[in-house]
Design a protein around this ligand. Structure first.
Ligand code: NAD
Length: 254
């Protein structure tokens, strides 16, 4: 199996419609813990329980005591070389779409226009009357509340744009992700365990259509045996090396 950044560069150079799929692992080098690695969030909390719609509705104070430090931590983080390399590949027309499970907005900060299938920290909203506010306003309302829970004018607790466990995924984003996967002749997965459905189905769509699958993730994935390119190192260094190899070979798509 191909396992070097040069192999990824060659696959990118051969592709006509490359789609990137990212997960929490692309952002760990920006200082954001993922869920499943050692030291990840899963060791300290059960996110399925605390970051869930039912906890938000039944215990908004507890929900916000978990969610608020995460919002504060994400306010100051910056994209790392992996996010920047993807944005550069998009500018060159090599990468046609970026689908992300991340809610951290780092692809957008790097210059991409990602399809955010799990929502994002880009707004506040009320599930009762559908009022929307900016993130700044959401945080200001949380600060003003004695219990730390931001509230809508209608009195209901507000949440961020992040999709909670138990909430439906945004249909437009999921549909767009599958439409790009149908067109893709290469899917590059970066920093995802590929264990969370329905995103975990996207590589299967590409493979079934005869496309190539490249994976750059530190731990095992269910697709490791069928990926044509399988890189195991850190996302930032590997993507920088792949970009350098692409430059050395002449630069853009085939
Ligand atoms: P995951 O935690 O299940 O898997 C992350 C993968 O990335 C692991 O396989 C890990 O080995 C790998 N990894 C970690 N650091 C890496 C690095 N520097 N280079 C290469 N690989 C690295 O993440 P997932 O598949 O995205 O699924 C978990 C869910 O968690 C998603 O739904 C996502 O929305 C959410 N989440 C998002 C963030 C974020 O927005 N940054 C953070 C934590 C969790």
């Amino acid at each position: 199996m191909a396992d070097a950044p040069e192999d990824l560069a060659a696959a990118l150079a051969r592709s006509e419609y490359a789609v990137v799929l990212t997960g929490a692992g692309i952002s760990t080098e920006s200082g954001i813990p993922d869920f499943r690695s050692a030291g990840g969030l899963w060791e300290k909390y059960d996110p399925m329980e605390v970051a869930s719609l039912s906890t938000f509705l039944s215990e908004p104070e507890r929900f916000w005591s978990f969610h608020r430090p995460r919002i504060d931590m994400l306010a100051d983080v910056e994209p790392n070389p992996a996010h920047l390399a993807i944005a550069e590949l998009e500018r060159r027309g090599v990468v046609r779409a970026v689908v992300t499970q991340n809610i951290d907005r780092l692809h957008a900060k790097a210059g991409s226009d990602p399809i955010e299938v799990h929502g994002a920290l880009d707004r506040g909203l009320c599930l009762r009357c559908e009022t929307r506010v900016s993130m700044d306003e959401l945080v200001a309302r949380a600060d003003a509340a004695e219990d730390g829970v931001p509230r809508c004018g209608c009195g209901f607790p507000m949440k961020s744009g992040v999709v909670l466990f138990g909430e439906p995924l945004p249909a437009g984003a999921i549909d767009a992700a599958f439409a790009h996967a149908e067109r893709a002749d290469l899917m590059l997965v970066i920093g995802s365990s590929l264990l969370v459905a329905p995103v975990s189905q996207l590589p299967r769509v590409v493979l079934d259509n005869g496309g190539t699958l490249a994976i750059l993730t530190e731990s095992e994935t269910p697709y490791d045996g069928v990926a044509q390119v399988r890189l195991n190192g850190k996302a930032a260094a590997q993507m920088q090396e792949a970009l350098a190899a692409l430059d050395a070979a002449g630069g853009t798509a085939a």
